[in-house]
Ligand binder design. Sequence first.
Ligand code: PLP
Length: 406
Amino acid sequence: MNFNIEQIRADFPILQRKIYNRQMVYFDNGASTQKPRQVIDAICKYYESDNCNIHRGVHHLSVVATEAYEETRKLVRDFIHAKSAGEIIFTKGATESLNLVATSFGKKYVGAGDEVITTIMEHHSNFVPWQVMCAERGATLRIAGINDKGELNLAEIEGMMNDKTRIVAIAHVSNVLGTINPVKKIIAMAHRHGIPVLLDGAQGVSHLPVDVQELDCDFYCFSGHKMYAPMGTGVLYGKEKYLEEMPPYQLGGEMIRDVFVDHTTYNDLPYKFEAGTPNVEGVAGLHAAILYLKGLGMARIAHYEDTLVEYATRKLLEIEGIRIYGTSANKASLVSFLIGNIHPYDAGMIIDKMGIAVRTGHHCAMPLMDFMKIPGTVRASFAFYNTTGEIDQLIAAIRKVREMFA
Ligand code: PLP
């Protein structure tokens, strides 16, 4: 597939939509991406010809649906270059993947007096599960700060590592600042101390090529809906050595091997962590989304989106009174900013009236907002179907906001 923007846009029916009689500009991809026709068709095809519960049937439809589901697991394995399909667990999203690890890893490995390291830039989904697990288990959550550019300080993080540290849980890419964290270095550092690392890849996997073996991360979590796949799909990658040891997160059908009246034995990986009927049609859509991303090529997507971030940053800085939050040289996919003293919510409302979707507020990162001493930001987050022309429209809208508040 060529990286032809017009052709790409034609694959996304919703991009033709008009909002307030204007061609919609969708810059809320960090919250959720739009879906290409190929994904929508895959879901329709699933319901029109393959719909059936998986894993428990000998009849034809069940076998077909099961095979398709397991093929997607292999596709995900290859997409993030995991060692085995058993290390790929389907969840309903990054949040569920993160809760699974915090709960299950916590039960197995974290006790009173232990420590967990995270950072101030985390999304609540990679913060609250650790905070609560630590409180329940008498452990301490240690929180690394950031510098003025929105970057982590590696020396600070290494200084927090000690023989009580059980895990480091950090974002691959910040959903507020856009910072691509130096995760490979952090992982190598943690491993020198014998500490596993979880990466919250919710904002990573749709923008960057991800190779979990090369990164050597111990867990990697992401959501399907942020990578052009349906809502309610997600993945937890975990190294087998941890997943084998961790207790199941939920109990019920499929995750069992045998149930006796007085005890239960558990299924092999990955099924041990997939209790109940999964989102089979969502996974069919995830399959189509991954094929679509592979067709474009993650490296080309990353390169194109970098040009959008650079263009938006340059144009924003031409406007008086703009403050950008997250100015690391190593950034992906988004710009977060404030316009003078205008409240982000007010700015977002006016920008919306011009048919442009941006997100405003704390972006589920309240500790980060407190750290930066701001109520929130306006965030424009990009996808490969966005254009510099659309960014020009955003810039015009921001100028209008300034005029209205002058
Ligand atoms: N982590 C990060 C960095 C995110 O940006 C998000 C969503 O915005 C999440 C986790 C949670 O993702 P989901 O709501 O799809 O579970």
